[in-house]
Design a protein. Structure first.
Length: 156
């Protein structure tokens, strides 16, 4: 006998769709910020600088482009999540998907635990965004693996 919690199905699907939109928004924001950070690290390589004034450009690039990339990436992720929810039929997620989400949350929190203990609020936001993004990624991978496994079982 399986234990099931009695929850309104429409409410549960709404919560899952909210998780999809939030996760895709966080993934878009993190991806945008990583692109800017990578660009700044490649452009302002410490070995190539001749004076301390050469790194001023990197500071300005980070200060001005990180918020812009976070915002634009978040908006792009939100639009992608909303269009995904509107175009695809929702169904209840399986145990593997939820296990992937929990694993991703723990991995994101483990990675960002040093940032979260910092006194700066920006580091706390980065930890939350990375945790939500990694939860979305691992939950998606778990769903994909289950779908491929079920598809291969149906073919044989």
């Amino acid at each position: 006998m399986r234990f099931r919690i009695a929850v309104n199905t429409k409410l549960w699907l709404f919560v899952q769709n909210c998780f999809v939109v939030i996760g895709m928004s966080a993934s878009g924001a993190v991806t945008g910020a990583l692109v800017v950070i990578t660009f700044v690290q490649v452009l302002f390589v410490p070995e190539k600088t001749t004076s301390e004034w050469d790194n001023v450009g990197a500071v300005y690039a980070l200060v001005f482009f990180i918020p812009a990339s976070l915002s634009l990436g978040g908006i792009a992720g939100f639009v992608a999540g909303m269009s995904w929810v509107r175009q695809h039929k929702s169904c209840r997620w399986g145990t593997a998907t939820w296990a992937g989400i929990v694993l991703g949350l723990f991995l994101g929190l483990a990675w960002g635990s040093t940032l979260f203990r910092s006194q700066y609020f920006v580091n706390k936001i980065a930890t939350v965004l990375v945790s939500a993004s990694s939860a979305t990624l691992t939950g998606s991978v778990a769903s994909y693996v289950v779908a491929v496994r079920n598809n291969s079982k149906n073919r044989s």
